[in-house]
Structures are given as C-alpha cells and as structure tokens.
Design a protein around this ligand. Structure first.
Ligand code: MEV
Length: 329
C-alpha cells in the first residue's frame, strides 16, 4: 500500500515573531505544495528520498537516508530532519515499530520563509498516519507538526504547521486557531534568494527581548494590536478597495516593527520599497526574515510589482491563496 499526501506553503500576513510571545497572527496557505508518498518496508528501516528540494541557487536530489546527513547540503539536510522527527512521532503515536519509506517532492523553496519545513512535516504526518491506519483530524496533525518544530527548532509558535494542515486564512493565537473568511488577495511574493534561518532569528529576537524588555515589550504589544486591527478589517463589511488600502497600511507598519526587532535585511527592505514604489498598497517581510521573502499587496499592479522586484534583484512569485490544507489520497 502507498499513500500520497500533500501540504501547502504559507505566507504570514501579519504577526510573525510576536506570535512566539503569545500574540495573535494571521496566515494564509498558498498554492505551492510539498508532496510525500509513504509506503511500508518490511526490513524495519526508515528510508527518506527527497527530490527537487529547492535550496537557494541549487536543486538537490537525495536518495539513501543513510547518507544525506553526511552531505553538506546544509539547508536541505535540515528539512529532512523535520521528516525524520515526523515519522518517529507518528510511529510512536500508532505504537508501531515498522520500516517506512517516504519520497518527497516539493515546489516550495527551502528557507524562504514560506513554511517549507512545516509543509513537509504535515504532509509526512498525514501520509504515514494513513499508512499505519491511524485516524487523526487535521487539528491533531497540526499539533504533531508543532511538536516536530519544537523538537527540531527549539522554539515555535505552531502557526506554520497549523496553516499548512488547515489551509485558507487563519487567525492563530497560543495554539488555537479560527478560520477567517476567504478573500482573494492580489499578492506578489518576492524572494531575496537567500535563506533566513528561522531558529536563529527567533533566538536573536529572544536575546534582544531579554536584553531590552523596556523597548521590545511595547513593540511586540503593538504588533499584537495591529493583528487585531487586521482581523477586524478582514471580517468587516467594508468596501473591498477601502479594506485592501487599510490592510496595506497595516502591512507597512508591521514591516517597520519587524525592522525594529532586527529581522529585516538590506535586500528585504529594497524589495519592500521597490514594490511600494511600483504601486503596491503595502509590503512587508513574511516569515522569519533575515533573507527569505517579502510580500506585497498589489491589486491591479501585480505585474508592475513583479517587474520592480526583479529589477531590485529579487525573484517574484505571483501566487494565489489556497483554500486547501493537507490532502491525503
Ligand atoms: C516563521 O514562519 C514565523 C515565526 O513567527 C516563528 C514561529 O511563529 O514559530 C518567526
């Protein structure tokens, strides 16, 4: 028996980093996916095959799990540690000791702040659970995905695995989520081409927070209030144009606050300003920062903004919000 599962990438629309401090955040699934095929092995071994793992500037294929940690593909090897923990957790949950082979293909660039690790963890949990006959809800799968992140990264709010499992738009706070009404958001994602290490960025913000709480606490508080405002806007009966304009303004404020936390880079800011100059209503970092991606809200201007991002040295991705989270076939 073989099981195929897939899970989407995400953009954090508002509230990355402050969500780690118990503040709310809003995220949406996007239409790039990671596919995982799982099957049982009767030799008791775990084998992970990964194809087309997109590391900035490099597409990597692995086969034997036994050798991948000996390569120096760094980022890609890190992704595979999420897979290994995901398989172990599901085996533990099912109370089974069996060999499993998983094969991964992914459309999501690694380390770009688009949730590639969460997507691979969620798709792996979904596929292996079904393979072992374990009935898990999407919420339970999201919680296991959060456990995987805590094991690999040390700190995580759980928003990435939750949005990847559930899909659509979610409002997330302290392990709980609420579905927000679906909106067509005309966004452009701009990839800096370098990866932002989530674990290190979260740790760097934590150090600043502990060193200068009198400055950092109000910034985190402001981010939390900003997310509440964004949720009120998304759920309000407002004229669409007015709604997008106000959301754009909140994005710009959120970007400024993230810059104050220390997670922006010259390149990210260049892409953000290029997008705004080309007519985006708002532009900000999405995800952990330190490289990775920004996104812009650009109704009627997506191609102008994509061109401006290219001229500024980034890679634009015109993407759609995806209603679908984890899919198990
Ligand atoms: C990463 O996509 C989002 C962060 O807030 C980390 C987390 O929430 O676990 C930076």
């Amino acid at each position: 028996m073989r099981v195929l599962a897939s899970a989407p990438a995400k953009v954090i629309l508002f509230g990355e980093h402050s969500v780690v401090y118990g503040k709310p955040a809003i995220a949406a699934a996007i239409d790039l996916r990671t596919f995982v095929e799982a099957e049982l092995r009767d030799d008791g071994r775990i084998r992970i095959e990964a194809h087309d793992i997109k590391v900035p500037g490099l597409t990597v294929s692995f086969s034997e799990s036994e050798i991948y940690f000996e390569t120096d593909y760094g980022k890609a090897a890190e992704v595979l540690s999420y897979v290994r923990e995901a398989i172990n957790l599901v085996l533990e949950e099912a109370g089974k000791k069996t060999g499993v082979k998983v094969s991964i293909t992914s459309q999501i660039p690694v380390g770009a702040g688009l949730g590639s690790s969460a997507a691979v963890a969620i798709a792996t949990i979904g596929a292996v659970a079904k393979l072992l006959g374990l009935e898990l809800t999407r919420e339970e799968i999201a919680k296991l995905g959060h456990k995987v992140e805590l094991l690999v990264q040390g700190a995580s709010s759980g928003i990435d695995p939750t949005v990847s499992a559930i899909g659509g738009f979610i409002y997330y706070e302290k392990g709980r989520f609420e579905n927000l009404p679906f909106m067509e958001l005309p966004i452009v994602v701009g990839y800096t081409g370098s990866s932002g290490p989530t674990k290190e960025l979260v740790a760097m913000v934590r150090r600043r927070y502990e060193d200068m709480p009198e400055l950092m606490v109000p910034i985190i508080e402001a981010m939390g209030k900003l997310v509440e405002k964004a949720r009120d806007l998304i759920t309000a009966e407002l004229d669409e144009e007015e709604k997008l304009r106000k959301l754009g303004e909140l994005m710009n404020i959120n970007h400024g606050l993230l810059d104050a936390l220390g997670v922006s880079t010259k390149k990210l800011s260049e892409l953000v300003y290029a997008a705004r100059t080309a007519g985006a209503l708002g532009a900000k970092i999405t995800g952990a920062g330190g490289g990775g991606c920004m996104y812009a809200l650009a109704p009627g201007k997506q191609s102008e903004v994509a061109t401006a991002i290219t001229i500024a040295g980034g890679t634009p991705m015109v993407t759609q919000i995806s209603r679908e989270g984890l899919r198990v076939e």
